[in-house]
Design a protein around this ligand. Sequence first.
Ligand SMILES: [Zn+2]
Length: 82
Amino acid sequence: MNDLTIIVIASILIVLISRLFLKHWPRNGKIGINLEKVCCPNCKEVMPKIRKPTNLKQALWGGLTCKNCGTEMDKYGVKINS
Ligand SMILES: [Zn+2]
């Protein structure tokens, strides 16, 4: 087996493992990933895909602040009362 074969097999394995990983990754909770678009729970404004965290909690766990009305929400678009 030469180097190229090993690299090709390794890349295929990495792609397969990451696809499995993403498929079974939780879609809720703190470590979940939300790939759907999020709307503001208050004014229904669609949030941008690229988010700018406004505090440390948002930077760590995800979450958004509405530019339109200032409502804080988590990454699933559920309003946070703070
Ligand atoms: Zn809003």
